[in-house]
Design a protein around this ligand. Structure first.
Ligand code: SF4
Length: 273
């Protein structure tokens, strides 16, 4: 293919992206200058330098985006601080260990729950109990392995419960506010394309909004510019086995897949958790 034809193909592809996607294609100043040298850009430019829709930290195709290794190192540094954190003295003294988060530092999707429970406190990993198994099933139904996404909680320590009592308690607003900065650091490092908030407590921790889940779920919000989908916590689905509730969660997950430009198979469309 001749160079002008190749260039035209690239421009047509960029135009399609501009017209069909919610995100405009972005380019660095030096990339635009290079393009202008070979083919002065048209009126109504396809590419924008640092357009409002470009990620805040966009550095351009010729600049180094954070590598997976960078992300691993940065996450490890935050994890070290978290494991020594005693900002909530009662939780620091009652926890078995902190539960930082698990998964792919380059994940497209981050699932965020409220806080570790007894199982997570014992194993040091979020979502490992029955609710976690259901979350893993949902992730697989979406076409991902659990290791491909990132899973974390608002709180990194299990909320304490009176000695001798069973079960878990939800984190308090103050506890969530105290721990939230660690999660924000995780999000900032991983830079997922979509965040999924699981349950009302996670929504409160992320957005400071308290409302019934029937009013919150199934719609897009955002956390620091990252699209946020709100859905039920898998524990809710374990308590409420109604097919219609399960279907709602699955419909929310299909919205996530669409947002990620993933093909949704017929089997997935008809899937029932
Ligand atoms: S919940 Fe978060 S802020 Fe509180 S002690 Fe644990 S790690 Fe620190």
């Amino acid at each position: 293919m001749q160079f002008p034809q190749a260039l035209e193909t690239v421009l047509q592809t960029l135009e399609r992206m501009r017209d069909e996607s919610v995100h405009r294609p972005c380019a660095s100043r030096s990339a635009l200058d290079a393009l202008n040298r070979v083919a002065p850009l048209r009126e109504n430019d396809i590419l924008e330098e640092h357009a409002p829709s470009c990620p805040k930290n966009y550095l351009g195709a010729d600049s180094a985006a954070p590598s997976k290794t960078d992300k691993i190192e940065k996450l490890a540094a935050v994890q070290t601080r978290v494991s020594a954190c005693i900002k909530c003295p009662n939780l620091a003294s009652s926890r078995t260990q902190t539960v930082f988060g698990v998964g792919n530092p380059d994940a497209e999707i981050m699932f965020i729950g409220e806080a570790p429970g007894a199982d997570e406190d014992a194993q040091g990993e979020p979502f490992v109990g029955r609710a976690g198994q259901l979350l893993t099933k949902i992730i697989k139904a979406m076409g991902f392995a659990r290791e491909e996404v990132y899973i974390a909680n608002i709180l990194k320590c299990r909320p304490d419960v009176p000695a001798g009592s069973f079960g878990n308690r939800p984190p308090t607003p103050r506890e969530m506010q105290t721990c939230r900065p660690y999660l924000m650091e995780q999000i900032d490092i991983i830079k997922p394309k979509v965040i999924v908030a699981l349950g009302t407590v996670a929504v409160e921790g992320l957005l400071g909004t308290r409302a019934p889940m029937r009013e919150l779920r199934g719609r897009w919000d955002s956390v620091n510019g990252t699209p946020l989908m709100i859905t039920y916590h898998p524990a809710y689905l374990l308590r409420n086995q109604s097919p219609s509730e399960k279907r709602k969660v699955w419909e929310d997950m299909m919205l996530v897949l669409k947002r990620l430009d993933k093909l949704i198979s017929e089997k997935q469309r008809n899937y029932f958790l």
